[in-house]
Design a protein around this ligand. Sequence first.
Ligand code: BDP
Length: 700
Amino acid sequence: MKNTHVLFSSLLRLLIVLIFTFSLGMGAANAVNGHELWLTTGPSRPVKVVCATVTPITQTAVNVVKEGWQGAPGATFTLKLVRDNALKDDGYRLTPSGVDATTEKGLLYGAFDWLRRQQENEDIKDVVSNPSYQLRLLNHWDNLNGTIERGYAGLSIFWRGKNDLAVTEKDKELWRAYARANASIGINGTVLNNVNASADMLSPEVLKRMAAIATEVRPYGMKVYLSINFSSPVLLGKLKTSDPLDKDVISWWNAKVKEIYQLVPDFGGFLVKANSEGQPGPQDFGRTHADGANMLADALKPYKGVVMWRAFVYQPNEKDRAKQAYLEFVPLDGQFRDNVIIQAKNGPVDFQPREPFSPLFGAMEKTSVMAELQITQEYLGHSYQLAFLAPMWEECLQSDTYQAGPGSTVAKCTDGSIHKLTYSAISGVSNIGLDMNWCGHTFAQSNWYAFGRLAWDNNLKSESIAREWLSRTFKMDQAESHIAINATTWKANFVEPVIKMMLDSREAVVNYMMPLGLHHQFSNYEHYGPGPWYAPRGVRVDWTPPYYHKADSLGIGFDRSSKGSNAVSQYHEPLSSQLDNVQTCPENLLLWFHHVSWDYRMKSGRTLWNELCYKYDSGLQDARRFQKVWDKIQPYVDAERFTEVQRKLRRQMRDAQVFKDGCLLYYQTFSKRPIPYELERPIYNLDYLMKANTYKMNDN
Ligand code: BDP
């Protein structure tokens, strides 16, 4: 009897252990930590890859095919270097049996594209694909100490501090995974450090680590670049000056560049933030941007390196910050060496949720101008908020500058279609860090992806990018629940609602943060919460929101018309006149270009004040809707990513409420009009929000 009891309880214990282990195992099978990004594939099938050229890059291409092959087992796939006038560098031709290209990199990008299409069950016949830009770069704002300026996904994947420069196997593995992800979308270069650059970046010990990074990313077709501090000759070289026309300074840079190329023969070049936000530059010595850029360009030229010289310049004494880059750079057109590229942010101010395109695009004829987009969501909710940014970039790239008549889009002004120049390029400020999923928010991965895809093809549509990303990132067989899912229910219940949410998300952020052309309404807390009231004495006025909203008893908005700062004059006709006239200015940019009276009649028939209230409200309602969309798709995704995104959408909704209430209640102190009664009432008090740290208040 006793024995039976012992046996029974042992069996019971075994059963409990088994059930427990099994259920843990089930969970683990479905845990998706996001590290694979969009590169998840099922187990590959055998394939014979033929490639006559053996180099590190073609070797990568061969492996890519072998690791990802989902086609007929035992098929033969050919990677072939050919002559083909239809192909530009890095471009490729896909055929039913493989990839043709004129360069090794073309074979690599073609291999990735072939497999992507295979996963989509596309019947490949003959596809030619060429990149829009020669240089497609990520800009990392990573500091040598490992922190990242405006980074929301953990510490740097490249740097851990001056005293920790040893390269580990783990580092190398991570850099290869990073490079592979970039290669899969055609990104071919990376600037490894912050534009607010430390001179130490050019010290021999740091350069050694840079060379180690270059070694790991090279087989994936990527070059490395560095941001430099213009005062390096003084700070590092102990010279008396950093004047770009000084002989010793020129020799110092020549020697430094030579040292770099000895370590990294294919080094890409320098990115420079000069005379901007307190950074040193040629103007400190009475020289121009061209003098500074050309000195570096001459040093880099023998090695085929480039200088990307940023146009993010503004002085506190100017009346309109939005005009300054154009004023400083356009007169220098024609003075830059051909390996200098001017790098301008997409908008004239600073990566705001919505800006018009920078008038520098379409203004220069003899100088390459490249767009700098911001992938990291400094002003769009960090990695707490879901904002798919392709629509913002598409909006910029497809804007018509009229430089050479109608159809002169920003895309065409920057990719060489209008003026054929030596280089064409585009860059994106990275959102990558040491977080397991690289980007902090699962949906922030889609912005890295979208940047790469638009850099490759600047005419792609946001919707098709979203579809590609989603279908590669979430798979039917990762679903947590056991409801029966088939292709039809997957599409109807998961893909379509999520695509719609992604496509609506950026406009939602614009609406609950700063609609109708409002900009820079952020608190001083990390550019996150609302702060239209923020204007402490002693702070530069152009760093305070009232400088941008200019609200008063009559109305709101920055008058950049011909009666105001005349920023409209920096755009070509007929756009200039269209923007100048309050009636023809697009309403989504109205308060960017005009100071408009509270009772101005909008196209909807509402007054400006009421319209503003409606916009803020619709942004908040969208944030609520996103929660519902996501909760409903729970059965279709793995538990880990479901919960992560769900928690973040909850916070996004709470923060949207804070933004809406804070802004509307504050503007109401000027408008003195009621929030339309059919809209929801605010739930916060203005005095509370004005004192609160709105970045931290919903941090749970
Ligand atoms: C601003 C950022 C600041 C950057 C600067 C830049 O707040 O951190 O250093 O842009 O782009 O948006 O140089």
